[in-house]
Each structure stands twice: as structure tokens, then as C-alpha cells.
Design a protein around this ligand. Structure first.
Ligand SMILES: NC(=O)c1ccc[n+]([C@@H]2O[C@H](COP(=O)([O-])OP(=O)(O)OC[C@H]3O[C@@H](n4cnc5c(N)ncnc54)[C@H](OP(=O)(O)O)[C@@H]3O)[C@@H](O)[C@H]2O)c1
Length: 260
């Protein structure tokens, strides 16, 4: 009864975090559970639920009564079922974070030259870095009301910028993030017509201390290797100032635009 009163008195609000076990996603969830003091002042009286989609065991992740984890293998069937079953809650999302990303496999590392390009590694990265985020975005669009004000952050990477490519290499990762960026730009045109208040952010977190970057951290200066907590903080500060006029932005942790 007390809960019901709280629900009706406060505006309902939910956040969706996909790839919820990612080190950065866990820092985002932590921030959503315990917002900074300034964020609390703005949003403390609003009811807030967090839905996480993950392939990991939920019991290994941050636990809180307001967080619900749903297990998925990221197949089209599993994702559509979750979005349909959680339709009501997900339709209340005013922010979503798509954090999926893959850079290396047990059997393969980023290519230094064209001679290393192989189908298995290339397809795995295309699926995780481009197809899965874009399919999740399409599912989210299908449940969000047309008047919904939702900020959707999709983790991209500067390396997906074609104009910024000065050092070459890493064919599959670069190509998959460039494909993601093109998909997001295309989606922003469609969403501007159907859901004009939905904003997309293709976000580059900078080199962050996570399992994804672990094998490549040796030559990163200490002050250029960020903690997931710092990146989450920078992201929330950026989201607070995203322009309502812009349907999509490609930006980094330092709040700077990146050329597509
Ligand atoms: N760390 C960096 O330096 C860096 C730099 C630039 C961009 N990024 C981007 O930031 C995002 C977050 O990465 P992170 O650094 O936090 O790395 P992470 O801890 O390794 O997280 C990546 C997440 O992607 C999901 N994932 C893994 N394999 C997948 C697959 N085969 N299919 C679909 N999803 C899969 C997993 O989520 P679940 O286990 O929950 O399903 C995993 O937790 C990624 O998009 C990454 O490309 C990171």
C-alpha cells in the first residue's frame, strides 16, 4: 500500500541497461542506484526501476531491490521475448544504455594486417558490436510511446570514426564500430519522424580499465586509463546537457564531438 502511494505520487521512471555485466555498465547501475548529490536534488522524488539484460549470472552482479536482471543469449528470439514480456516497464524508460562490446576472443586478437582477417572473428565482432545494439534499439523503439522522452546511449568507440583513422589495423573492431555508427545515424533519421523526443548518443568512453581493454593497457599512460566509475560520472554529466534539438551526437568522455 505504501508502495502504491509512492508510485502514484511520483512520476514513474525506469532505466534499461543492456550488456549489464560490462564493467562500465555496472558503474552506470551503481550510479543509478546511488546518484550523486546534485542528481539527487533533481530526481530524488521519482520512482526508479532499473532493468538489466545480460548473458552473465545475475547473482554475480550488483544487487539492489530496484534492479531486475534478465538473462539473454542475445538471439533475436530471446531479446524480442524480453522486450514483449517487460513491455510495460520498458515503455517507462527515460534513459537506456547499450553497453555491449567485443574486442578479443580466446582464440583471436585484433588484426595487425589484412592477412589476419578471418571470418569467425570478423563475424563475432560484427554481431556483438553492430547487430546486437541495433536490434536492441529496434526492440526499444517498438515499445516506447511515440511521445517518449528517452535518452539512449550506445557505446561506440572513436576507432569507429572513418575520418579519425590515422593508424590503421584492427579491421574487425573498426569495421564493426563504423557499422554501428552508420546504423545509429540511420536510426536517428527514422526516430526523428516516429519518436521526435528520443535522443541518441554514440559514446566513446576513452580507454577504460575493463576486461575488454586489459590486453592493451601496458602502453596507456596511467592518467589516460580511466576507471569505469569516472566514465559513468562523465557520461551522466554529458547526458544532463544533451541538446534537445540534436537527434544524435557522437561524443567522447570529455564531452567533445567526434567526426563520423
Ligand atoms: N574499455 C575501453 O577501453 C573501451 C574503449 C572504447 C569503447 N569501449 C566500448 O565500451 C563498451 C563497454 O565495454 P567495457 O569496456 O565495459 O567492456 P566489458 O567489461 O568487456 O563489457 C562488454 C560487454 O559486452 C557484452 N558482450 C560480450 N560479448 C558479447 C557478445 N558476444 N554478444 C553480445 N554482447 C556481448 C557483455 O555484456 P553481458 O555479459 O552483460 O551480456 C560484456 O559485459 C563496449 O561497447 C566497448 O566497445 C570500451
Amino acid at each position: 500500500m505504501e508502495d502504491e502511494t509512492r508510485l502514484s505520487a511520483n512520476k514513474r521512471r525506469a532505466s534499461l541497461v543492456i550488456g549489464a555485466s560490462s564493467a562500465i555498465a555496472q558503474a552506470i547501475i551503481q550510479h543509478l542506484i546511488h546518484p550523486s548529490e546534485s542528481a539527487k536534488v533533481k530526481g530524488s522524488n521519482r520512482y526508479h526501476r532499473i532493468i538489466g539484460l545480460t548473458q552473465k549470472e545475475p547473482s554475480d552482479l550488483i544487487q539492489d531491490p530496484n534492479v531486475t536482471y534478465l538473462k539473454t543469449d542475445y538471439s533475436e528470439q530471446s531479446l524480442s521475448e524480453h522486450f514483449q514480456e517487460q513491455h510495460e516497464l520498458i515503455s517507462q524508460c527515460d534513459q537506456a544504455f547499450i553497453c555491449n562490446g567485443l574486442l578479443h576472443l580466446d582464440t583471436a586478437m585484433p588484426e595487425k594486417s589484412m592477412s589476419s582477417i578471418n571470418e569467425k572473428y570478423f563475424s563475432a565482432l560484427m554481431r556483438a558490436n553492430a547487430f546486437v545494439p541495433l536490434f536492441c534499439l529496434s526492440q526499444l523503439k517498438s515499445v516506447l510511446p511515440k511521445t517518449s522522452e528517452c535518452k539512449i546511449t550506445v557505446f561506440s568507440a572513436r576507432i569507429g570514426s572513418i575520418s579519425d583513422n590515422r593508424s590503421g589495423g584492427w579491421y574487425a573492431y573498426r569495421s564493426s564500430k563504423a557499422a554501428l555508427n552508420m546504423g545509429l545515424k540511420t536510426a536517428s533519421i527514422e526516430l526523428a519522424r516516429s519518436h521526435p523526443k528520443v535522443k541518441l548518443l554514440a559514446f566513446h568512453p576513452g580507454t577504460t580499465n575493463t576486461p575488454l581493454s586489459k590486453p592493451f593497457q601496458a602502453r596507456v599512460p596511467k592518467d589516460k586509463l580511466f576507471t569505469p566509475e569516472y566514465v559513468a560520472q562523465q557520461l551522466f554529466a554529458l547526458l544532463a546537457k544533451v541538446s534537445p534539438e540534436q537527434s544524435i551526437a557522437f561524443m567522447d568522455w570529455n564531452h567533445q564531438s567526434i567526426d563520423w
